[in-house]
Write a protein that binds this ligand. Structure first.
Ligand SMILES: Cc1cc2nc3c(=O)[nH]c(=O)nc-3n(C[C@H](O)[C@H](O)[C@H](O)COP(=O)(O)OP(=O)(O)OC[C@H]3O[C@@H](n4cnc5c(N)ncnc54)[C@H](O)[C@@H]3O)c2cc1C
Length: 378
């Protein structure tokens, strides 16, 4: 028996796909509603910490992810200026425990594709082009889901994994919303120069942070974190030109990144946000997970990892129980809230130190502390 036998998942990001895969593998009938017509994974590459990799293993997806990504060890801090001198090398903490690499980079589109394949194999009913517009929870035993105003069926549980601007969050009366942190990020997908074998960050210079992460034998993504600007309407050519100009103070591998940008590379822009919904994340038979429940600047690259942990812990509890009880929700919140809170607080603090120009701040210590905390499973 499982606590639920028919579940609607809203959203096909990492959190929604992970929850759907786990429940379907346990024999639960799962329909996944996604507003977009096809899988979308904007934003170039992603850095996956060990605790994210451990979560993929729980889903049965780790061998495929390991084969598709670029595992590496450690993080270097470099300074702006000639020669891009390495000023610190951070100790390696395996935040997923000893069985996984400490970190891995991969193209977001590949990650999304692998999770989708696992969802199909598990038997998840995929409803692309289906925007959930309302929920009716008036019946205590089930929730009715409406897509574009029409009923799409009744479910024992609705999992709102519908991202930062979650409609499900609003529908259940939670009015917490993501707030800008004051930083914006340019990201581009480029060729990996052979000397880039791990993530490297440059603190200081014309932007707050410049950095890159390898995502494959031939690919990596590079980024510049600046003061949040209104960049609406910037064309692809203008975006690439801005990244070229803002990165001129950075030497080393940035020379190759600029060459790629000048040869027709594209860049996208987004603001950093922060929010954390206090417990409970559920209202009756509707629960939010992933970015719907929490967001943070990617200063320690833990956002997706936290959404994955939400999905793995929630589904583990749902599969082990016979019914949805207050005790199940209590355990879910006890296992997830402290970790999500610690990650949001540390990520926001790291960004704030950059904004304040605090040169004494112990960024390495903060990153190391979170990795150690995450090494113990949720
Ligand atoms: C610049 C930046 C860099 C980042 N880098 C990293 C990193 O390196 N490592 C890391 O771990 N994390 C990183 N993150 C965080 C990570 O990207 C997010 O935490 C994660 O992708 C959120 O996944 P999700 O499944 O919760 O939501 P999403 O991926 O946002 O998915 C939500 C889905 O719900 C759908 N949807 C919305 N409304 C509805 C509706 N009403 N009906 C149906 N579908 C709907 C949307 O179309 C979307 O597909 C970064 C974030 C940013 C902003």
């Amino acid at each position: 028996m499982t606590a639920v036998s028919k579940v609607a998942v809203v959203g096909s990001g990492v959190a929604g796909l992970a929850a759907a895969i786990q429940l379907a593998r346990a024999g639960v009938l799962v329909d996944l509603f996604e507003a977009k017509n096809e899988l979308g994974a904007a934003g170039s590459g992603i850095t996956l910490q060990g605790n994210a990799l451990r979560a993929f293993d729980a889903l049965g997806a780790w061998p495929d992810i390991e084969a598709a990504g670029y595992p590496f060890t450690g993080l270097a801090l470099r300074a702006p200026g000639p020669g891009a001198p390495v000023v610190a090398e951070l100790p390696d903490v395996k935040s997923g425990g000893p069985d996984y690499p400490s970190t891995m980079g991969m193209p977001r589109a590949e990650l999304a594709g692998i999770l989708l394949e696992h969802a199909v194999a598990a038997g998840v009913g995929l409803r692309f082009g289906s925007r959930v517009t309302s929920l009716d929870s008036s019946d205590e035993a089930s929730v009715e889901v409406f897509v574009d105003g029409d009923s799409a069926g009744r479910y024992d549980l609705v999992i709102g994994a519908d991202g930062l601007n979650s409609r499900v969050r609003e529908m259940i009366g939670i009015d917490v919303k993501p707030e800008p942190t004051g930083m914006g990020i340019w990201r581009t997908f480029v060729t990996r120069p052979p000397e880039v074998e791990r993530s490297e960050l440059y603190y200081g210079g014309p932007v707050y942070i410049a950095g890159y992460t390898p995502t494959g034998e031939n690919t990596m993504y590079a980024f510049l974190v600046e003061k949040a600007e209104d960049r609406v309407g910037v064309t692809d050519e203008e975006a690439a030109a801005i990244m070229v100009e803002e990165s001129r103070a950075y030497d080393g591998p940035w020379n190759a990144i600029r060459a790629d940008l000048q040869a027709g590379g594209t860049a996208n822009y987004t603001w950093f946000t922060k929010h954390l919904v206090e417990e409970p994340w559920n209202r009756g038979r509707v629960v939010i997970i992933g970015d719907a429940a929490h967001s943070c600047p990617p200063t320690i690259a833990q956002g997706a990892a936290q959404g994955l942990e939400d999905a793995v812990v929630l589904t583990e509890l749902l599969v082990a129980a016979d019914e949805l009880t207050p005790e199940l929700w209590n355990e879910f919140h006890a296992r997830r809230l402290p970790r999500a809170k610690a990650v949001v607080a540390a990520s926001v603090q790291l960004g704030q130190w950059q904004i304040d120009g605090d040169r004494e701040a112990d960024a390495g210590g903060l990153i190391f502390g979170i990795a150690q905390k995450m090494a113990v499973p949720a």
